[in-house]
Design a protein around this ligand. Structure first.
Ligand SMILES: Cc1ncc(C[n+]2csc(CCOP(=O)(O)OP(=O)(O)O)c2C)c(N)n1
Ligand SMILES: [Mg+2]
Length: 301
């Protein structure tokens, strides 16, 4: 079937970059879920990875470094009927954008956040990103990495994300299914995607991950917390699983549970939020509101 979710924009990623697999998995997931192109909004920050909004045939925002997620949140709050997906590189999301990553978990909007995790700032020529392991001496660095890494799965669990997963850019089937599950999940989903950078990171390569990644759920892990159950025990077990990083690295969904979304909580404060969509208020040919805005605002507050 023709993939209607790809654009004709020339792609300028390096040959062999893991980002290609993510582009394929994402567009295939949208196609599988049959979400109309015009109902999807994709936001990116700045980085090689953050260029993906140009390559997907949906509404898109290429924003500022570290601001992908917060722009996506704004879109979702303004028009809750849209399917919003934000993407970041590991530098974009876990470096400059890390405060937004934490805040978004606490809000629990119903949207998806994908982190393209290659251990480097690819676009700016391979500096160590927040996920590059301690002491790794990749070819773009003059010395070994002297900083300790942050664990995106652990951070997402601590921040309140209600769906937290790891997947892999060269396992399109797993990644596509994980994206579909994240989109279907009602709440804030984070997928940390292992994405080898073929130009600057000569340690965390395809060979590196092919050898180490194993399917967490196929090995017996059940990430789902039953509706109404306290998620804290499962969260602490998931934290433990998230610490596995060595000869074996788990991928799959670490946790999935339900909690009130931001929209649900907001609707208890703002009368009509979630039932009346401001974006749908009629405008005339000149873009001026036809409705009495005063009245509309009063109906909200
Ligand atoms: C405010 C600001 N600071 C720094 C930069 C420079 N900069 C551009 S992209 C980038 C990092 C990109 O790394 P990552 O988000 O991991 O994406 P990748 O290129 O690896 O996909 C940096 C530091 C910028 N554009 N804006
Ligand atoms: Mg990166």
């Amino acid at each position: 079937m023709h993939n209607t979710y790809k654009t004709n924009v020339e792609i300028d990623w390096c040959p062999g970059c893991g980002d290609f697999g993510i582009l394929n998995a994402l567009t295939l997931a949208l196609q599988d879920l049959r979400i109309p192109n015009e109902n999807v909004v994709l936001t990116g920050g700045i980085g090689c990875s953050s260029k993906i909004p140009h390559y997907v045939n949906v509404y898109a925002l290429h924003t500022l470094h570290g601001r992908s997620l917060v722009q996506g949140e704004a879109v979702k709050m303004a028009n809750p009927e849209l399917e919003v997906i934000s993407v970041s590189g590991d530098g974009d999301g876990l470096g400059i954008g890390s405060a937004h990553l934490v805040a978004a978990g606490r809000r629990n909007l119903d949207m998806t956040y994908m982190i393209f995790d290659n251990g480097v700032y690819g676009l700016t020529k391979g500096q160590a990103s927040p996920t590059l392991p301690y002491k790794e001496n990749i070819k773009s660095l003059e010395t070994e990495n002297i900083k300790f890494p942050v664990n995106p799965i652990f951070l997402a669990l601590a921040s309140g994300y209600t769906f937290v997963a790891r997947s892999y850019s060269y396992n399109i089937k797993h990644l596509k299914e994980t994206i579909e599950r994240a989109i279907r999940h009602k709440g804030m989903a984070l997928i940390d995607i292992m994405q080898p950078c073929v130009t600057y990171n000569n340690i965390n390569t395809k060979e590196f991950y092919d050898k180490r990644l194993y399917d967490l759920e196929a090995s017996g892990w059940n990430p789902v917390v039953n509706k109404g159950d306290d998620p804290s025990v499962k969260i602490s077990q998931a934290v433990q699983r998230s610490m596995e990083w060595g000869d074996k690295i788990p991928m799959g969904v670490f946790i999935q549970y339900e909690r009130e979304t931001y929209a649900e909580r907001l609707s208890t404060l703002i009368h009509g939020y979630g039932t009346r969509n401001m974006v749908k208020e009629p405008i005339d040919q000149n873009g001026k509101p036809v409705a009495n805005i005063q009245e509309v605002m009063e109906s909200f507050f």
